[in-house]
Design a protein around this ligand. Structure first.
Ligand code: HEC
Length: 117
């Protein structure tokens, strides 16, 4: 027979596990969007003629969240290769999202291309 004490232990145990799982998930999701020097280098080395500072990539990320998450969930950049983004999705989706400002287009593109697979 289980005592109340054992039941309580089990409940606290589960609580702690969920709590940790929650933070672990939140952190790894955030990491996917953290801008680092590696991202600015990757963008430059990809050869699309783009070069951006960390600050510009952060601005691109903010625009991407605002402009690209309205109709569907945000599509994580790593879902596609930079090539697929560049030649398949970016132009089409920027148009769908009615991003017309050339600077905004560029910032969103640079963020996605820096973070793409
Ligand atoms: C006005 C609504 C709307 C906005 C805003 C929008 N999309 Fe989409 N997006 C769609 C629809 C609808 C589809 C499915 C179309 C299809 O597959 O033919 C889609 C599909 C996609 C796909 C391919 C399917 C997938 O899930 O992998 C990608 C990638 C994508 N969108 C990225 C973006 C990005 C990046 C932005 C911001 C620039 C954006 N979308 C903004 C409506 C939108």
């Amino acid at each position: 027979m289980t005592t109340n004490n054992e039941k309580l232990k089990w409940i606290y145990g589960m609580g702690a596990t969920c709590f940790c799982a929650y933070f672990w998930t939140a952190c790894s999701v955030n990491q996917a969007f953290q801008i680092t020097n590696a991202d600015t280098e990757r963008l430059q080395n990809r050869g699309y003629g783009y070069s951006a500072s960390k600050k510009e990539l952060e601005e691109g990320y903010k625009l991407y969240v605002v402009k690209c998450g309205n109709c569907h969930n945000l599509v994580v950049p790593t879902k596609y290769t930079s090539y697929e983004w560049k030649f398949k999705y970016l132009e089409r989706e920027l148009q769908t999202a009615k991003v017309e400002d050339e600077r905004e287009k560029k910032l969103i593109s640079m963020f996605i291309l820096a973070k793409a697979r």
